[in-house]
Design a binder for this molecule. Structure first.
Ligand SMILES: [Zn+2]
Length: 236
C-alpha cells in the first residue's frame, strides 16, 4: 500500500519517502505525491532524488495490482533505488497544475450539459468529454461563454466523503457511465464545486474555479447518433 498524499492535497509538489521495491516496470514508494493514470487524468511525471544526489526521471505513473499501489515508471536504462533508500519524490508541477485546471474544468462542462457522460480524457492543455445527447443540441459559443462565466465566478472546489451506502441511495450523483467510482473501501470521495457540481472523483483539482483561467470549446464532434464529443483548450 502506498500512502496517497495527492488525495488529500493536490497541491503537494514533493514528499520524502522510502523505496519499497523497484524494477524497470515501476518503483514502489511507501508514500507519494505522484498521481497514477486513472479517471481520465494522465499519470504524473517528475523525478525521484536519492540521498547520493542521483536523480531518477519518472516518465509516467500508473496503478499497481493492489489497491492504493502506485508504480513510478523510470526512464529506460535508469539505475533503480534499493529497498529502504530515502527518496525525495517531486512531480513536474507545471504540467500537473495544467492537468488539475483542465480536469476541474471538465466538471464544469459536465454540469452545463444535460446528458450522461460516456467518456472523457484530460491531456496537457486540452480536455474532452463525450455526452449521450441527440442531434445538434450543443453550441460551441454558448458552452464557451457559460464555462468562462462559471470560471470567473470563482466557485470553491473541495472534497466530501460519503459512505458506499449513501452513494447507492443517490445514483444520480454518478454522471460518468464509463468510469465507475471505486467501491469496496467503505467510503467514496465526492468532489464538490460549490453550487455547481457534485460527483464521485478520485482525480486532482484546483481549489477554486478562478484558477482554471479562460477556456474555449474548440470543437464539437459527432461520434455517433447520440454521442457528442466536446473538446476544450485553454484560451491563452
Ligand atoms: Zn474530478
Amino acid at each position: 500500500m502506498t500512502e496517497l498524499l495527492f488525495r488529500d492535497d493536490g497541491y503537494s509538489r514533493s514528499c520524502a519517502a522510502l523505496a519499497v521495491a523497484g524494477d524497470p516496470r515501476g518503483i514502489l514508494l511507501d508514500r507519494t505525491v505522484f498521481y497514477p493514470t486513472g479517471g481520465g487524468q494522465p499519470g504524473d511525471t517528475g523525478v525521484l532524488r536519492l540521498a547520493s544526489g542521483q536523480e531518477i526521471a519518472i516518465i509516467d505513473t500508473v496503478k499497481g495490482e493492489l489497491p492504493d499501489e502506485v508504480l513510478h515508471i523510470p526512464a529506460p536504462g535508469t539505475a533503480l533505488p534499493e529497498p529502504g533508500m530515502e527518496i525525495v519524490a517531486e512531480i513536474d508541477w507545471e504540467r500537473r497544475y495544467r492537468l488539475m485546471r483542465m480536469h476541474t474544468c471538465l466538471h464544469l462542462l459536465c454540469s452545463i450539459v444535460p446528458g450522461a457522460v460516456t467518456g472523457g480524457q484530460v491531456s496537457d492543455g486540452r480536455g474532452r468529454l463525450d455526452f449521450d445527447v441527440p442531434g445538434s443540441s450543443l453550441d460551441k459559443e454558448a458552452l464557451t461563454s457559460r464555462l468562462n462565466a462559471l470560471i470567473e465566478e470563482g466557485h470553491a472546489v473541495g472534497p466530501r466523503w460519503i459512505t458506499d451506502e449513501e452513494l447507492e441511495a443517490q445514483p444520480e450523483l454518478v454522471r460518468t457511465m464509463s468510469v465507475k467510482p471505486p467501491r469496496g473501501s467503505g467510503r467514496v470521495r465526492l468532489m464538490e464545486i460549490s453550487g455547481v457540481d457534485l460527483q464521485p472523483c478520485g482525480g486532482t483539482h484546483v481549489r477554486n474555479t478562478a484558477e482554471i483561467g479562460r477556456v474555449v470549446v474548440t470543437k464539437i464532434e459527432n461520434k455517433g447518433r447520440q454521442n457528442r464529443r466536446v473538446i476544450l483548450a485553454f484560451a491563452e
